[in-house]
Design a protein around this ligand. Structure first.
Ligand code: 3PG
Length: 307
């Protein structure tokens, strides 16, 4: 009997990505694709009953979703951050959880520069702005996205610094990136700060007032990572205290409207999470997810297992 791969996305994959995913599933034989887009909670629970594999994006995979799936063996998050999946509940039910690291990094990195440019070009409203050339950027996190950002920053002739306690300094130096020992050191040094770290119990609300206070004058903080990294009270306080502090993000803060009203030229927010919203990123992550599911069933491959 063929295995059902349920692709459940509240924010659908690009058509081209889906076409590629369908083709791979069709060619593999023994697998069926079931597509659930812009669904509600009940629909997801129902669809899970006969799913052997689940592929999602930022969709919340809570414990009841996992429990409603008696046949489920694997969940693949087509993307990097898997904080949307209840990994503990999955492990308890012996369900393998994977992500597709690096597949959508370039899309996220390019958006971070788009947001930076939007702010320093004063939202393209006509007034004179400033340039990236010769300025310094601090990469808070030097994983796949951080590395993409370093490459792009070099193209803009920026000086690049990074802080990441989990990455060997040698790796940074090889890419002409100056390592910082502490986050505070990074924040003190640079004109632009980009958050490229996952959210977990260690990093949640770690971007707080104390840290932001260290940032140099006229800094632009860009968050294309996760909302929960930011201590929003601390951010609001720094925005109020420092009339030159700028913040851009594709994950709007709780006080989005208030911030936009108070600091119209110092904030820039997209309408929804946009980092990986490119045809290329969707295709890379979607294709990787499908291949990982098939390899898991056919070869027992657990290369990208996170639990
Ligand atoms: C990721 O963690 O891979 C990104 O945040 C992209 O998320 P998305 O699939 O919801 O666009």
């Amino acid at each position: 009997m063929s295995k059902t791969i349920l692709v459940a996305t509240e924010k659908p994959f690009a058509k081209k990505a889906l076409k590629r995913m369908r083709k791979i599933i069709h060619n593999a034989e023994g697998f069926d694709l079931r597509l659930l887009e812009r669904y509600n909670g009940t629909e997801l629970h129902e669809a899970m009953t006969d799913a052997d594999a689940l592929i999602v994006r930022s969709d919340k995979v809570i414990d009841t979703v996992i429990k409603s799936a008696k046949k489920l063996k694997i969940v693949v998050r087509a993307g990097a951050g898997y904080d949307n999946i209840d990994v503990e509940a999955a492990s308890a039910q012996k369900v393998t959880v994977m992500n597709t690291p690096g597949q959508n990094s370039n899309g996220v990195a390019e958006l971070a520069f788009g947001l930076m440019l939007g702010l320093i070009r004063r939202k393209y409203l006509g007034g004179p702005g400033t340039e990236l050339k010769g300025k310094s950027i601090g990469l808070h996190g030097f994983g796949h996205i951080g590395k993409c950002m370093a490459q792009i920053a070099k193209g803009f002739n920026m000086k690049v610094f990074a802080f990441d306690p989990y990455v060997d300094k040698k790796e940074m130096k090889e890419l002409d990136v100056k390592p910082c020992k502490y986050a505070e050191e990074l924040y003190k040094k640079v004109n632009f700060i980009s958050l490229n770290i996952p959210v977990n119990e260690k990093t949640e609300r770690s971007i707080n007032y104390k840290l932001l206070k260290k940032a140099r004058k006229r800094v632009v903080l860009v968050n294309t990572a996760r909302k929960d990294l930011i201590d929003e009270k601390g951010l609001m306080r720094i925005m109020n205290e420092r009339p030159e502090f700028m913040y851009a993000s594709d994950i709007a803060p709780t006080w989005k409207i208030e911030m936009e009203e108070k600091f119209p030229m110092r904030t820039l927010f997209t309408t929804k999470k946009m980092g990986a919203q490119t045809v290329e990123a969707n295709t890379n992550a979607g294709v990787a997810a499908v291949n990982q599911v098939i390899d898991f069933f056919e070869k027992g491959d657990v290369t990208f297992k996170v639990n």
